[in-house]
Design a protein around this ligand. Structure first.
Ligand SMILES: Cc1ncc(COP(=O)(O)O)c(C=O)c1O
Length: 424
């Protein structure tokens, strides 16, 4: 990897600063994984430290991070303000349960409400959870409570991803992946993404409580709907008396160039869910709903031992303040434009899709996994989200120099993977 970037990167655990040279493809030690459930494949690399846009593995090798742990560490690794907030709060009070008050949760809820209103209060209320799936569980339960027993079905889209709990997995639009877990909770229907006619046909049934949709489908390979679809879908839902739920777990909090993906369209959702970047790596999720909907929940309807605890809320408040200070949406928009432009002309790249710093690099063949592993060997972390698509979700603090170095590595990796695929 050329250059050291603008951020000082500490030495690896062995004392040396990694060179970024290829370290071969054999997996690195990650402790005795025999005791871990096999829900993920064996990792190719084991990280021990992160600073800004860089990660360092057990051997001391340094990597530029264009993935941010699936769009989570938007402020980069070990952001000083977030680290300081977590340490200070941990030293004072981590947890009390929601049976008592704490002074962190309410201001954070107000901050989220103002971001949803793009600077002015949006008039909603927030439930705090610990993950994206939990935020969506809350949305689904709230929609059913709001539906009062008459409206209970949830419509979602094919190709969507909403989480891995039984309800959010049922909402997720990957029918083949659902098979092993039957019987699934009843009341989930999938319609094609970006298909307004399908939505119009699905919602007038009278028993639909909510339509949950990602403004950009992240796990499906950074797929955007046609311009106008989301606003029209929102209008269809309003007409049919169905709640419009914007799943912003991946697209939210500045990454797409606006605070939330739905703000790119002229619409106001009934419910907005978020997680990932909210704590910059500290686990926290949130479900926002406009007050009239939120108020259907009464004590006992929903809850979480950890949700809204002081430690997580302190991490999230520090994250949002730092994002506001750097004007994260604007930074994502300009950095994303530079990144997309640099990759557009690369041989093998058919197009770059997405918004801001949530991008899908579409290749001219199914070799994204090879390209990603060659990039990793050269010191760049990217994600082969689909066989033909590489997902890029760098931290929003990425510098121009880091973008240029990463693009150089990625272009070389794509070139090599492409010729390997041609020769195969
Ligand atoms: C759009 C979307 N919703 C929900 C989730 C689930 O979030 P979590 O893994 O935090 O449960 C994800 C995770 O990738 C996501 O991308």
């Amino acid at each position: 990897m050329s250059g050291t970037g603008e951020m000082a990167v500490p030495a690896g655990p062995g004392g040396e600063v990694g060179t970024g040279a290829a370290s071969g493809s054999s997996p690195q030690p990650a402790g005795d994984r025999e005791y871990l459930m096999t829900t993920y494949p064996d990792p190719p690399v084991t990280f021990v430290q992160g600073v800004g846009a860089y990660l360092i593995d057990v051997s001391g090798k340094r990597y530029l991070d264009f993935f941010s742990g699936i769009a989570v560490t938007s402020l980069g690794h070990a952001h000083p303000a977030v680290t300081e907030a977590i340490s200070a709060q941990a030293a004072r009070l981590s947890h009390v349960s929601n049976l008592f008050g704490n002074i962190q949760a309410a201001p954070l809820a107000a901050k989220i409400d103002a971001l949803i209103g793009d600077g002015t209060p949006a008039g909603g209320r927030v439930f705090f959870a610990n993950s994206g799936a939990e935020a969506n569980e809350c949305a689904i339960k709230l929609a059913r409570k709001w539906g009062g027993g008459e409206r209970w079905r949830i419509v979602s889209t094919t190709g969507s991803f909403h989480g891995r709990t039984l309800a959010t997995w049922s909402a997720t639009g990957k029918s083949e992946a659902l098979e092993a877990f039957r019987p699934l909770p009843a009341g989930f229907e999938h319609i094609p993404y970006d298909d307004l006619e399908a939505l119009k046909a699905a919602v007038p049934a009278g028993d639909v409580a909510g339509f949950i949709v990602e403004p950009i489908q992240g796990e499906n390979g950074i797929v955007e709907p046609s311009p106008g679809y989301l606003a029209a879908a929102r209008a269809v839902c309003a007409e049919a008396g169905v709640l419009f739920i914007s799943d912003e777990v991946q697209s939210g909090l500045g990454r797409t160039g606006r605070w939330f993906g739905f703000q790119r369209s002229d619409l106001a959702p009934d419910i907005v869910t978020m997680a990932k970047a909210l704590g910059n790596g500290f686990p926290i999720g949130a479900c926002w709903a406009r007050a009239e909907v939120a108020d259907r929940f009464v004590p006992g309807d929903h809850g979480s031992t950890y949700g809204g605890q002081p430690l997580a809320c302190a991490a999230a408040m520090a994250t949002l303040k730092a994002m506001e200070e750097m004007n994260a949406p604007e930074k994502a928009a300009s950095a994303g434009a530079r990144l997309a432009e640099a990759l557009e002309g690369v041989p093998g790249v058919v197009r770059v899709r997405g918004k801001g710093l949530l991008l899908g690099v579409v290749l001219d063949g199914d070799y994204s996994a090879t390209a990603a592993s060659l990039a990793l060997a050269r010191g760049l972390v990217v994600n082969p989200v689909r066989p033909e698509t590489i997902r890029l979700s760098p931290p929003l603090v990425i510098t121009d120099g880091e973008i240029d170095s990463g693009c150089e590595i990625l272009a070389a990796a794509i070139g090599q993977a492409r010729s390997d695929a041609d020769g195969a």
